[in-house]
Design a protein around this ligand. Structure first.
Ligand code: NAD
Length: 482
């Protein structure tokens, strides 16, 4: 932040979704303060201290961030649990993944290679260098606050960019801690700036700002479209990680017990508030009844409740609007003729949790045209739809405006890989619900977005390619013989 700007003293209340208790008064960033944050990032970038630093030195600082996050994992985990409402078991796994992400990109900083081309003419050398793209506006949703911030901040810093990080209004606390950790690790002032605010306009100002070079956005498809349109005015680079309606395809040659357990985890993990949640389970007819009965029976043992209890599988729903959306989709499902098999209501919890927002794990038998089979609910609600043939399964899976992730369950490796190839999806997981790792690109086909996060591919998206051509001929280049 600029030292000359007097900070506004306006704040908003941040609540624990599991209890309703206020846990923090959070700074409401004004437009002037956002401008100061962007200018600080611009100045830090243009000054070159970070962007021109030896990659090996930058790598050490990013690695130090990984270490500091690891040391504070418990504290960060509890902050995330209270801010977001997620089960502590879920948050624990995320902390490990966040450390891995910073470690991966610390390593990537020194492997951001350009290329040498075959000489385009005998008297030329041609090569490319990869330079940091500049000031990055990183916009984060509320479902995996620190994890998704790390997916953007780690590669951006490793590439030599400077960042203005905007967490979601309801889950800002771990992003603020990440800013402090960056300073402690040795990231120079102005390189990572965190701005918080309760309204949608803060993100909009960031996307509009002419001194920002790139927007890395994760959020809903509706907001993503607006971001892309706004960013077009200043021709910003944009990556969009958006919504999903991801399928699990279960064939009759699958290990059914593994598929049931995987499908349960695939939808109910993080209370279904995951972009890659496997919210549609497509089942081959011959195993349909067996699978559904086993799913419903096992899902009764999913423990919904106190996020701070290590035994809990599914914690709170993060936002009031989100809870209302889930409730209304369940009503729509029943009204459209889908058959409720499980859940469909809020659990009655006692004590502090009586003031919290929770939803029971829910399953419907549905038809592909039902809205609950087509639209992103972003909650613990799954639909079962039957299919006869492999071709029908592929057609059903691809019949979606989204294309983020899919799981294929089959013991036949030919079939599993044939289906994986046919799916229009950024990730296909074979015989597992889980396929997100720092070294593996993650992102969407179709309206699930464009660009990728994670992997080395992402490093390229935080850089520009500069082509450098050198004339090495003995005689000077003089095309007009002047
Ligand atoms: P959202 O689109 O409402 O908000 C996302 C972020 O954008 C928030 O920080 C918000 O404040 C900000 N924002 C709002 N209006 C803006 C504007 N006009 N300009 C710029 N920024 C603006 O999404 P959400 O409800 O926070 O998150 C849920 C959505 O995110 C779901 O659709 C989910 O699928 C998606 N998501 C996608 C991924 C992925 O990697 N593909 C991961 C997690 C979540």
């Amino acid at each position: 932040m600029s030292t000359t700007l007097e900070a506004s003293d306006t704040t908003y209340q941040d609540r624990n979704p599991a209890t309703g208790a206020v846990i923090a008064d959070v700074h409401e960033t004004t437009r002037e303060e956002l401008d100061a944050a962007v200018r600080a990032a611009r100045k830090a970038f243009d000054g070159g201290k970070w962007s021109s630093m030896a990659a090996s030195r930058r790598a050490k600082i990013v690695y130090k961030m990984a270490q500091l996050i690891g040391e504070r994992a418990n504290e960060l985990m509890m902050l995330e649990v209270r801010d977001n409402g997620k089960a502590v078991s879920t948050a624990k796994g995320e902390m490990g993944a966040i450390v891995d992400c910073f470690e991966f990109y610390a390593g990537a900083a020194t492997k951001n290679f350009g290329e040498t081309m075959p000489p385009p003419l005998p008297t030329y050398l041609a090569n490319t260098v990869r330079e940091p793209v500049g000031v990055v506006g990183a916009i984060i949703p509320w479902n995996f606050p620190l994890l998704l911030a790390s997916w953007k901040v780690a590669p951006a810093l490793a590439a030599g960019c400077t960042v203005v990080l905007k967490p979601a209004p309801s889950t800002p606390l771990t992003a603020i801690e990440l800013g402090k950790i960056a300073l402690e690790a040795g990231v120079p002032e102005g390189v990572l700036n965190v701005v918080t605010g309760s309204g949608r306009e803060l993100g909009q100002w960031l996307v509009e700002h002419p001194l920002v070079d790139k927007i890395a956005f994760t959020g809903s498809t509706a907001t993503g479209k607006l971001v892309a349109k706004t960013a077009a005015d200043t021709v910003k680079r944009v990556t969009l990680e958006l919504g999903g309606k991801s399928p699990s395809l279960v064939f009759d040659d699958a290990d059914i017990d593994a598929a049931v357990a995987g499908a349960i985890y695939g939808i109910f993990y993080n209370a279904g508030q995951a972009c890659e949640a496997r919210s549609r389970v497509l089942l081959q007819k011959s195993i349909y009844d067996r699978f559904v009965a086993a799913f419903v029976e096992k899902a009764k043992h999913v423990r919904v409740g106190n996020p701070e209890d290590p035994q809990t599988h599914v914690g709170a729903i993060t936002l009031r609007e989100q809870l209302e959306k889930i409730e209304s989709y369940c009503a729509v499902g029943s009204a459209e003729g889908a058959k409720a098999l499980l859940g469909g209501s809020a659990p009655s919890l006692e004590g502090d949790l009586a003031g919290g927002m929770f939803w029971n794990v829910t399953a419907f038998e549905a038809r592909p045209e039902h809205r609950i089979s087509r639209e992103e609910i972003f909650g613990p609600v799954v639909t079962f739809v039957p299919f006869e043939t492999e071709a029908e399964a592929i057609a059903l899976a691809n019949d979606s405006e989204y294309g983020l992730s899919a799981s294929v369950w089959s013991q036949n490796i030919g079939r599993a890989n044939r289906v994986a190839r046919a799916l229009r999806s950024g990730t296909v997981a074979i015989n597992t619900p889980y396929a997100v790792f720092p070294g593996v690109p993650f992102g969407g086909y179709k309206q699930s977005g464009y660009g990728r996060e994670l992997g080395m591919e992402t490093m390229r998206l935080y850089t520009e390619t500069k082509s450098v051509l050198t004339y090495i001929g003995e005689k000077p280049m003089n095309p007009w013989s002047l």
